[in-house]
Design a protein around this ligand. Structure first.
Ligand code: ADP
Ligand code: ADP
Length: 220
């Protein structure tokens, strides 16, 4: 069963007088235990698609289903709630808070989103990504790859069904990128989540169970 399903998605943006179609009838789905990589050149609609899958924006036409539930017409507040419980986000530039330790960064979304302190799970996740000896380090005391592993642990703290990764290897060298992708592959299976990554890095294709190529707002 797909955790997220987009059907015939059209997204248009009004740009002054001009109407731009960023997505022109896109179908997409991702299942638990699967890594799907969306790849395409700049301007092909990747960010727009990430925003649809992450419930960060709504389509002009088409249907978005989360766990078979139609969430297309959900209000902003309802979408925020779904996002908090179902989706974890990982970014190219890590987005860690510099004054917090690794553990504090990881537990932060659980405090904010559910009010529950999940320190035990935070420590467990950090151990599982190989940072058991870096729990009290702040981001400036960690390498790029270690920072991204903290960010991945943070994205998983609320037990999401989908991990959405926006250029997860974008700021890392090739070898470090490969270790991050190995890590994601392992977590995908252990946590039984769908991982959807958006990238222009062909390295991610090797790790994908499925590749979606976007060109000019359409899937090739
Ligand atoms: P990518 O992430 O692949 O670079 P985007 O999804 O950002 O592609 O953009 C797809 C198209 O939609 C581009 O032509 C872009 O200029 C346009 N676009 C994206 N966001 C907006 C916006 N908020 N307003 C107007 N046009 C936009
Ligand atoms: P850009 O939109 O310039 O590519 P990012 O890669 O940082 O910037 O973000 C990708 C998308 O994720 C954006 O649409 C942004 O609004 C959204 N986003 C950024 N930070 C968060 C966050 N903390 N939680 C949820 N969504 C976020």
């Amino acid at each position: 069963m797909s955790v997220i399903e987009l059907t015939e998605i059209i997204k248009r943006y009004q740009n002054g007088e001009e109407l731009i179609a960023a997505l022109k009838g896109v179908d997409f789905q991702a299942n638990r235990g699967e890594m799907v990589t969306i790849i395409g050149p700049s301007g092909s609609g990747k960010s727009t698609m990430l925003n649809m899958i992450g419930l960060l924006d709504t389509p002009t036409e088409g249907t978005v289903r989360l766990d078979s539930r139609d969430v297309t017409d959900f209000s902003e507040d309802e979408l925020t709630e779904e996002r908090r419980t179902a989706i974890g986000f990982v970014f190219q530039d890590f987005h860690l808070l510099p004054m917090l330790t690794a553990t504090e960064n990881v537990e932060l979304p659980s405090m904010w989103d559910t009010g529950v302190d999940r320190r035990d799970r935070a420590v467990d996740l950090l151990q599982r990504v190989g940072l058991g000896d870096r729990l009290d380090h702040t981001p400036d005391q960690l390498s790029g790859g270690q920072r991204q592993r903290v960010a991945i642990a943070r994205a998983l703290i609320n037990e999401p069904e989908i991990l959405l990764a926006d250029e997860p290897t974008g700021n890392l060298d090739q070898d470090t990128g490969a270790t991050i992708l190995d890590e994601l592959t392992r977590l995908k299976e252990d946590e039984d989540i769908a991982i959807v990554s958006v990238t222009h890095d062909e390295q991610l294709v090797e790790y994908a169970d499925r590749v979606v190529r976007l060109v000019d707002g359409e899937i090739q």
